[in-house]
Design a protein around this ligand. Structure first.
Ligand SMILES: NC(=O)c1ccc[n+]([C@@H]2O[C@H](COP(=O)([O-])OP(=O)(O)OC[C@H]3O[C@@H](n4cnc5c(N)ncnc54)[C@H](O)[C@@H]3O)[C@@H](O)[C@H]2O)c1
Ligand SMILES: O=CCc1c[nH]cn1
Length: 448
């Protein structure tokens, strides 16, 4: 509630006073220690994440890898954040200092709980800020491990605080007068509300929102890689991934061959207990979301799409899983641009296949959306690959791969998929502010 949010912010504020005085090297050492502990406890954290979210433990381990990598990356940058020196006439000069913002708020979605908290806190802390983080109420657990790890690594108590709750808690955080910035990952409707709340206190926001990204497969591609890319673009974390390439445009010459192979591979995905080593798809986040995703498939059928595989409720043989929120991954054929399954973010394991003839046509159709998070292209023609990504209206573009997330590269959207970036060097600018100092070395020349 409001009182607990205030306690968390005040404790973060107290920790900020200590942390901001530390040198970049000192902060770096503590972040590196936190990264080391995450690496050491990777299997345990991944197991907690699987219980938290339902994703396969195999995948959860990859999430934990990009989490400690993110801490290492910003630890590496912490000591080299600085301003510039500018010579002015008469021996005077100016310089700039890159300073932290203060107490930053992170609000996360339920699909990558530990990773989202790491991607927000690592640059925030490296820049000298404190952070109060609110995970989704559907996945409250793993972020607490991150808080314990930061404390064990040596951050001042309260520097990274976790508050639990839903929309009301998030609103208290966004409106708190001692909060300097809000970084949000979640849906477009919530992102709009957060921007509105933050605007009242003139607080900067980073918005990492949803998507309906295009994946364009030209007939000259390496078809095996294109099929693997389409699977990566659609079925990680039960399809609950913001940057998924769910509109798969396939050039007509290879449509049948590509579709046949993608359906074959989709049918092979092992669904079941996400804690088992060979499982590749676990249950969706909750029953209402499962019904929501199945509803999209019903609507797609009514609008003329053809279910080529999956799309059904799934009850695994293991009796202990009988009440789980499982469904079979779905490939929809005969999709058209105007269909709901092609226009709206489903956030489940549903791939829509569309055909196209020419490059100009597919670019026009790929960009015909309010979202702009990601996009992908498969082709062996290197000139075409770069020409196409230059025209795609998306913040993250993949050539001959999909859904890889090296922390050295910025991640974030265009259009209604949000603004600001996570990861990469540029994110330092979203967690710091620039102070200009003008130094006079002579006498004051007054105009009065
Ligand atoms: N771009 C990205 O990096 C990225 C990453 C993951 C998920 N997402 C998007 O997130 C969505 C799915 O996640 P979700 O269902 O958790 O999203 P959501 O918008 O429902 O909730 C996200 C977070 O916001 C909080 N919240 C809800 N209402 C709020 C309010 N009025 N004020 C403040 N906080 C509020 C929730 O409790 C939760 O912690 C999808 O649209 C997906 O594309 C985007
Ligand atoms: O869900 C979208 C991709 C992502 C993963 N971690 C943060 N964003």
């Amino acid at each position: 509630d409001k009182k607990e949010v205030d306690l968390a912010v005040q404790s973060a504020k107290a920790a900020f006073k200590i942390w901001r005085k530390k040198s970049g090297m000192e902060r770096s050492r503590i972040l590196l220690e936190a990264a080391r502990i995450i690496r050491e406890r990777k299997d345990e954290i991944a197991t907690v994440e699987t219980i938290n979210n339902g994703k396969s433990v195999f995948e959860a381990r990859l999430d934990i890898d990009t989490s400690w990598q993110c801490l290492e990356y910003y630890a590496g940058l912490a000591a080299s954040m600085g301003g510039e020196h500018v010579q002015l006439p008469g021996g005077s000069f100016g310089y700039t200092r890159r300073e932290p913002l203060g107490v930053c708020v992170g609000i996360g979605a339920w699909n990558y709980p530990f990773q989202i908290a790491s991607w927000k806190s690592a640059p925030a802390l490296a820049c000298g800020n404190a952070m109060v983080f609110k995970p989704s109420p559907f996945t409250p657990v793993s972020t607490l491990l991150l808080a314990e790890i930061y404390t064990e690594a040596g951050v001042p108590p309260g520097l990274f605080n976790v508050v639990q709750g839903g929309a009301a808690t998030g609103q208290f955080l966004c409106q708190h007068r001692d909060v300097a910035k809000v970084s949000f990952t979640g849906s477009v409707p919530t992102g709009k509300k957060i921007m509105e709340l933050a605007s009242k206190g003139v607080k900067p926001v980073t918005l990492e929102l949803g998507g309906k990204s295009p994946l364009i497969i030209f007939s000259d591609c390496d078809i095996e890689n294109a099929v693997r890319g389409a699977m990566m673009a659609n079925f990680l974390t039960q399809g609950e991934v913001c940057c998924n390439g769910t509109r798969v445009f396939v050039q007509r010459e290879i449509l049948d061959k590509f579709t046949e192979e993608v359906v074959k591979q989709t049918k092979k995905i092992k669904i079941g207990d996400p804690l088992e080593e060979d499982t590749r798809m676990g249950p969706l986040i909750n029953r209402s979301h499962l019904q929501h995703v199945l509803g999209f498939i019903e609507q797609a059928k009514n609008e003329g799409a053809k279910v080529l595989c999956g799309g059904d409720l799934c009850v695994p043989e293991d009796p202990k899983l009988k009440d789980g929120y499982y469904m079979t991954p779905c490939v929809l054929g005969n999709c058209k641009d105007g269909m709901t399954c092609v226009k709206e973010e489903i956030f489940g394991p549903v791939m829509s296949i569309l055909s196209f003839d020419t490059e100009a046509e597919v670019l026009e159709r790929a960009n015909d959306t309010n979202f702009g998070l990601a996009a992908g292209v498969f082709t062996r023609d290197i000139q075409r690959a770069h020409r196409v990504v230059a025209e795609l209206q998306a913040g993250v573009c993949y050539i001959n791969n999909y859904n890889v997330s090296p922390v050295e590269l910025p991640f974030g959207g265009y259009k209604m998929s949000g603004f600001g970036r996570e990861n990469g060097r540029v994110t330092i600018e979203y967690y710091s502010q620039l102070k200009t100092i003008c130094v006079e070395m002579g006498d004051v020349e007054s105009v009065f």
